[in-house]
Ligand binder design. Sequence first.
Ligand SMILES: [Zn+2]
Length: 116
Amino acid sequence: MITVSFTRSVYAHELRPGDVFAFPDAPSTPLAVAGVKKTVLSPELVLLALTLPGRTEPMHLPAQTPVRALRMVRRVSLTCLLCRRSQDVELNLPHDGEPLSFVCADHAPAPDREAE
Ligand SMILES: [Zn+2]
């Protein structure tokens, strides 16, 4: 699989439970997301209430708040370049990068990576 490094901006509305993020001005304070509740106030203003472990009150922030993703595991469906079969792959985007192209195991000469 060929990936490109995950450098694009991430906004708060992309966060899902299980993700870990930090605010750009406090990059050394990782925050784990336990829950996300979305409140649509108007088409321009969507508020998120993030449940964070260890806090009694949810953290409220606008959906368009830029955040730094530290852990974002996503299941992506990739289509093999050679046989067009699609396969679901789980990626931790900030760590693994975003998939650019994919060739399934059928065409690999020797598997050099063990399944996790
Ligand atoms: Zn294939």
